[in-house]
Design a protein around this ligand. Structure first.
Ligand SMILES: Cc1cc2nc3c(=O)[nH]c(=O)nc-3n(C[C@H](O)[C@H](O)[C@H](O)COP(=O)(O)OP(=O)(O)OC[C@H]3O[C@@H](n4cnc5c(N)ncnc54)[C@H](O)[C@@H]3O)c2cc1C
Length: 475
């Protein structure tokens, strides 16, 4: 549909990945920076607002704008340059993690930082400053960005590096799409000597054991992530299965070069070569709705002992990193209410106490997350950072049907957020749905908030760029 401004806006229902949040919006999918600039000018002239959107993988309201305009960058998806000698890529913002590794692996490079799904775009990765299972070692996505071009709401195209404008560089990366639109990014990847990783499954009997494993292994392992069975109680509270993966050194895995073929990295589309994985979510839906998640988790934990005995084993980078992509549309198992993810970041010294409290409070409230994922982090230099020297625990809650259930879940998460913020913890807006306006300064501190607001006033004085998240936080 072409409107009076000459742009092809379409009316769509725009939701977060968790489906629980979002609503109708006018969506434009530009194919070049000129169209984005035209959209900025047209909507500014109407006094409206625009939310930028990549692949829509943020769980909550970071890329939604009920009743507003949404500029979806997914059609700007060209890799403009890839240097096979250094592994440096210059890309448009809609290039996904998958597009990037498919190009780089053929030359023996892998992205330095990847999320748990490969659908994420480079623009979304930079705006949220995403982290991977190696955050404690290699840092966040922003740390591998060399430069970017940012189209500001006033229509200027700014080329920015750490050196040319350190304040903008460190605020736009992590700035959840509030300062301008990334139209081009140059990112570094890393050399790998095999298309496979050496992987260990390690059973962790409780929370303390899980945290101890992270401390013992983080100086040695390239990647660490633990799945937690949040239904475990008493001595089993916080039990889970840690996965450690190490890169292979030159000459360690000669057949591994065959896995430089991108087709060898893609996650399989069928289970046991027969059942299309797209059919799996109804089975998972049944487990969630018949309240069988505790049983499923117990079975998964028990299966971990067998994996531990069979470890180490070799696994492709794709299979190790993108476990969640194994089951397409898995989030549909939480229909009709959808899901929210709550991911607190807790400083090391308070880690065990705070995480134990969060799990116990969920259990006492009868709202146990069906999935828990524990990671180790390190601080990074970005203004709106979510990272701490400590741990994060991503907790996935099925929202369920009915307003009262939904409100009770929001209340519970807000109480949990208080526990985290009292301990000096932070939150990650890609995963947030519940934080209150008063939490914004508590997450970042007054000085960082003042600096971010100054950048917003400088680059977007008309407050053109807004999302449901930014309005909720009063940004
Ligand atoms: C299954 C799953 C697993 C995940 N695992 C991880 C993980 O391991 N680690 C992690 O850190 N995150 C993880 N995430 C979250 C995900 O990495 C972030 O939400 C990421 O920002 C999503 O990118 P996107 O392209 O979908 O952007 P969107 O979700 O569409 O947008 C994210 C933000 O970026 C802004 N934005 C988008 N494009 C641009 C642009 N061109 N210029 C400026 N701003 C822009 C938007 O306004 C919004 O604020 C996961 C998400 C899912 C669904």
């Amino acid at each position: 549909m072409t409107t009076s401004d000459g742009l092809a806006w379409r009316d769509e229902d725009v939701r977060g990945f968790g489906m629980a949040i979002g609503g109708p919006a006018r969506v434009l999918r530009p194919t070049d920076a000129e169209q984005i600039a035209a959209a900025f000018a047209a909507v500014r002239a109407q006094g409206g607002s625009i939310a930028l959107r990549g692949a829509g993988c943020s769980y909550g309201d970071a890329a939604t704008s009920k009743g507003g305009h949404v500029v979806d960058l997914s059609a700007m998806n060209r890799i403009l340059d890839f240097d096979p000698a250094t592994g440096t890529a210059t890309v448009e913002p809609g290039v996904t993690v998958r597009d990037l590794w498919r190009r780089s692996i053929a030359y023996g490079f892998w992205p330095r930082v990847v999320s748990g799904t490969m659908a994420v775009t480079m623009g979304g990765a930079a705006a949220m400053n995403i982290h991977g299972k190696n955050n404690y070692a290699l840092g966040s996505f922003g740390e591998c960005v060399e430069s970017f071009e940012l189209l500001t709401p006033r229509g200027d195209l700014v080329h920015c590096t750490r050196e040319s404008d350190p304040e903008l560089f460190h605020a736009a990366i992590s700035g959840f799409g509030m300062l301008g639109c990334f139209t081009r990014l140059t990112v570094r990847t890393k050399r790998v000597h095999s298309g496979r990783l050496r992987v260990w499954g390690i059973v962790a009997r409780d929370l303390a054991h899980n945290l101890q494993l992270l401390e013992d292994l983080r100086g040695k392992a390239d990647y660490l992530v633990s799945w937690l069975d949040l239904h475990g109680t008493g001595v089993a509270l916080g039990r889970g299965l840690m996965h450690r993966a190490d890169q292979l050194q030159p000459g360690e895995d000669p057949p591994g070069v065959c896995w430089f073929d991108p087709a060898m990295q893609d996650v399989p589309t069928t289970l046991l070569g027969v059942v299309p994985k797209g059919w799996l979510w109804p089975g998972m839906w049944t487990a969630v709705h018949l309240r069988q998640v505790a049983l499923v988790n117990w079975l998964k934990f028990q299966a971990g002992h067998r994996e531990e005995r069979q470890s180490p084993y070799l696994q492709s980078h794709g299979a190790f990193h993108f476990l969640l992509d194994y089951v397409p549309r898995w989030q549909w198992m939480t229909r009709p209410g959808g899901l929210i993810q709550f991911q607190p970041f807790v400083p090391f010294q308070h880690g065990e106490r705070v995480l134990r409290t969060l799990i116990e409070r969920c259990q006492a409230a009868g709202q146990v997350p069906y999935l828990g994922v524990l990671k180790r982090h390190r601080p990074d230099p970005f203004l709106m950072t979510h990272a701490v020297d400590g741990y994060s625990l991503a907790m996935d809650f099925a929202v369920g049907a009915g307003r009262r259930r939904r409100e009770a879940l929001w209340r519970l998460c807000q109480e949990l957020a208080d526990v985290v913020l009292d301990a000096g913890g932070r939150f990650y807006y890609a995963k947030d749905a519940v934080l209150l306006q008063s939490s914004f300064a508590r997450v970042h501190g007054d000085e960082a908030v003042a600096r971010f607001r100054a950048q917003k006033a400088k680059w977007d004085p008309d407050r053109l760029l807004q999302t449901d998240l930014s309005r909720r936080l009063g940004v």
